[in-house]
Design a protein around this ligand. Structure first.
Ligand code: AMP
Ligand code: MG
Length: 417
């Protein structure tokens, strides 16, 4: 069973930076070991469990990159060659006959190079004379317009590495090798709970002082994008015993437990006490805004992450704590988020030694440059701020203010998962 080793609990210090947290997670998490074989149709988004060595070279045979005429470069003229006699025709998928010396062969894109030829003239550059011979212009380099066998990938080379989160192009590469299935890490099983007496599940009656639980559905959707098998375990009440009970019941059946809400230090925040009563806990006061308190724990060997209840804080801490944990549990190669430089169209002040994420719209200015416009309000409870914007501007620890026009790093929502 995957787990966070206990010694990460030495890090329960005052404020933890995002990088520290990610480093600890990456170093301490033991990836799941179970491997399963999936068809290519099921492989997108899964994590490759073994290095894939090319079983054949790509391309598998030397072929023409264009429609044109294949010749032997040693027959190439210094000046225009007139009336080069034509010997045969080879199209994609056909077997090529050997070309007699001094002849050109009509050839099409993807067709195998006839034995005795090594260079292809594009048909646009060639004229056919009245006698049916071709007129070849001078100046073409030997080997031009030919794709040698193995130029893309040599036979035996590692084409996909263990830990690769498979993307459509990776699946396409496996297919190019003639493979029908791939060995991938089994899906993570993740349990998700919301906590809070004020929450009602969509579909149920909502009392006047209640609001519908949105975080659970957001987190379930984010986990699915990361390829997890999710258990939607509903809402736990703000009560230590029932929280402890609920968490304990699912721990042995899951690789990761996620909760939202109840991790602050208020009287009605019971997640920490519940975890302490049945497992081990450290509270990570993360130096991240929106966000802050994130609880980490272990219950019966399963790591638990307690996210804050405010929807925006929950979203941001998911990206920076849950995502790297999920990837580490899958043994995926680290995939740092790389912000794209854009111009800030806003002014902003922040505390040093804390990382902040600003919800922004991305707009193209008249001069073609991309600029980030700040969502006008800042509350961590504003779902509209996530729904209406395009992504987050990342302001790292050292930054204390942003002036309009400054370059800042933008992370689009689509790239976060
Ligand atoms: P908490 O972290 O439990 O103190 O909650 C902080 C704020 O987030 C409160 O206003 C909660 O009502 C709200 N909240 C907590 N959990 C959820 C949830 N699952 N969906 C929407 N809002 C929530
Ligand atoms: Mg609460």
């Amino acid at each position: 069973m995957a787990q966070l080793s206990d010694d990460c609990f030495a890090f329960g210090g005052p404020m933890m930076s995002v990088d520290e947290a990610v480093g600890i997670i990456a170093a301490r998490v033991t990836p799941v070991a179970e491997v399963e074989i999936v068809s290519l149709a099921e492989a997108d988004g899964r994590v490759l469990a073994r290095d894939l060595a090319a079983p054949l070279p790509l391309p598998p045979f030397t072929n023409s990159a264009v429609d044109g005429y294949a010749i032997a470069s040693r027959d190439l003229p210094r000046e225009d060659a007139r009336g080069f006699p034509l010997a045969g025709r080879v199209q994609a998928g056909a077997t090529a006959n050997a070309a007699p010396p001094g002849h050109a062969v009509r050839i099409f894109t993807g067709a195998p190079m006839p034995e005795g030829t090594d260079t292809v003239f594009m048909q646009e550059d060639v004229q056919v004379d009245d006698a049916g011979g071709v007129v070849l212009p001078a100046g073409l380099k030997p080997g031009a317009n030919v794709r040698p066998a193995g130029e893309d990938i040599a036979e035996g080379a590692v084409a996909l590495k263990t830990g690769q989160r498979l993307r459509p192009q990776d699946v396409g590469l496996a297919a190019a090798f003639g493979l029908t299935e791939l060995a991938v890490v089994r899906r993570l099983r993740v349990a998700v709970f919301s906590t809070g007496d004020e929450l009602a599940s969509p579909g149920q009656a909502r009392a006047a002082p209640q609001l519908f639980d949105s975080n659970r559905f957001m987190l379930l959707a984010m986990l699915k994008r990361l390829g997890c098998e999710v258990s939607d375990l509903g809402i736990l009440r703000d009560d230590r015993a029932s929280l402890a009970d609920g968490l304990k019941q699912v721990a042995s059946r899951h690789d990761l437990i996620l909760t939202t809400g109840g991790v602050s230090t208020g009287e009605e925040d019971h997640v920490k006490a519940a975890v302490e009563s049945i497992g081990k806990l450290v509270l990570w006061r993360m130096a991240i805004k929106p966000g802050r308190p994130v609880a980490m724990g272990i219950i019966d060997g399963a790591p638990l992450i307690g996210l804050p209840g405010n929807p925006v804080a929950s979203f941001v801490t998911f990206v920076h704590v849950v995502r790297p944990t999920v990837l580490a549990l899958l043994g995926a190669r680290p995939a740092p988020l790389i912000p794209m430089p854009v111009r800030a169209a806003f002014a902003y002040k922040k505390k040093a030694s804390r990382r902040e994420y600003v919800r922004v719209f991305l707009r193209r200015r008249e001069d073609g440059e991309l600029e980030a416009q700040k969502f006008p309000r800042e509350g961590a409870g504003l779902l509209s701020s996530l729904v209406e914007t395009d992504g987050l501007v990342e302001l790292v620890e050292g930054v204390t203010k942003v002036e309009p026009g400054a370059m800042v790093g933008f992370l689009g929502y689509a790239d976060l998962l």
